[in-house]
Design a protein around this ligand. Structure first.
Ligand code: FES
Length: 336
């Protein structure tokens, strides 16, 4: 189980769950598109890495105090390496810049074991992937898995320019006619008619999308005209909720297992307050993206600010992400 101890390894601190963490070495680093770097990670002694499933991600501890989540695009059958393909964002919080500029071949890093909050419905009769830019990474692993299962799919890859797109040639090489690259500088924007595509798909089709939030909004709002909500799946790269513009209210938090009542002020998250009081949940992204902190609530109402729980999860009124979500009223009881 989760243990809240600081773990020091390769000079990296702040790893709170050593049992979930494994050492790796950067075995290859290369630029694969404009501002996109691919980092290949292997066991330092050449052993097999923990298996992953299509759609999984790992936490990469890039340097002290800096951890980021990256989806694994490679074939889940591969046990000898994890791949991260990362877009360098000059205005980002620094993780992609550090991977792009600072991390070098031969560096030793810590990563978490793979986790998957974006699973593939393997029994679907047909699947549609709609990737926006670097959002192709989890979808690519899904395509490998469906090919292995012999299941049909179509992979639509949208990006502004071919030069900015990771793996377009590899995708076509691996999946042939199942891939359509639709890059704006080649007229792809005009050719991409998602309504027309989804009108023709067989019953039971599942759709998966990943990319910029606005791109996924477009894809999911179109998809929901043709597919049941439960068949439309998305994964956020960026926080789904604009916390800076939110108005937070303070509330009382009762922790049922610890039997303590805490005050959550407007300028702190639930996980901040829990941590200050010696109650540590597994936290990874703090942005409602990774699902590491998902916790049960037993009383009260929650304003969900995450991008991982599905609508049906939310309707059950049992789970929430305390790293970013908050109480609607004055009290919330949670199972910690
Ligand atoms: S820590 Fe990632 S969703 Fe809460």
């Amino acid at each position: 189980m989760f243990k809240n101890i600081v773990y020091k390894f390769f000079g990296i601190e702040e790893v709170k769950d050593p049992e979930d963490t494994i050492p790796v070495v950067v075995s290859r680093k290369r630029i694969i598109a404009d501002k996109v770097v691919e980092v290949e990670l292997r066991d330092p002694e050449g052993k097999e890495l923990p298996a992953f499933t299509a759609g999984a991600h790992i936490d990469v501890h890039i340097k002290p105090g800096m951890m980021r989540q990256y989806s694994l695009p490679n074939n889940p059958q591969e046990r000898d390496r994890y791949i991260s393909a990362v877009l360098m964002e000059p205005e980002g919080k620094g993780g992609s810049k550090a991977l792009f500029y600072d991390v070098q071949e031969g560096d030793k890093l810590l990563v978490s074991k793979p986790r998957n909050h974006f699973p593939l419905a393997e029994d679907a009769p047909y699947s549609v992937f709609v990737a926006g830019g670097i959002g192709l990474t989890p979808l690519m692993a899904m395509a490998y898995r469906l090919r292995e299962l012999g299941k049909p799919f179509k992979f639509y890859y949208r990006a502004r320019a071919r030069a900015w797109a990771a793996y377009p040639d590899l995708l076509v090489e691996e999946f042939g006619d199942s891939v359509e690259c639709l890059f704006s500088d080649e007229g792809g924007r005009e050719k991409f008619d998602l309504d027309a595509i989804l009108k023709e798909v067989p019953e039971g089709t599942h759709l998966y999308t990943c990319g910029a939030n606005s791109f996924m909004d477009f894809v999911t709002s179109t998809a929901e005209k043709y597919l049941p909500e439960d068949n439309v799946h998305l994964e956020y790269f960026y926080a789904a909720f604009d916390a800076d513009s939110a108005e937070n209210q303070p509330f009382e938090l009762y922790c049922t297992k610890s039997d303590v009542t805490l005050e959550v002020p407007s300028d702190k998250s639930i996980t901040d307050v829990l941590e200050e009081n010696g109650i540590n949940l597994p936290i990874s992204c703090s942005d409602g993206i990774c699902g590491s902190c998902i916790t049960k609530f037993v009383e009260g109402e929650v304003e969900h600010r995450d991008g991982v729980l599905s609508k049906s999860d939310r309707e059950k009124k049992q789970l929430f992400t305390p790293c970013c979500s908050r109480a609607v009223g004055e009290k919330l009881s949670i199972e910690v």
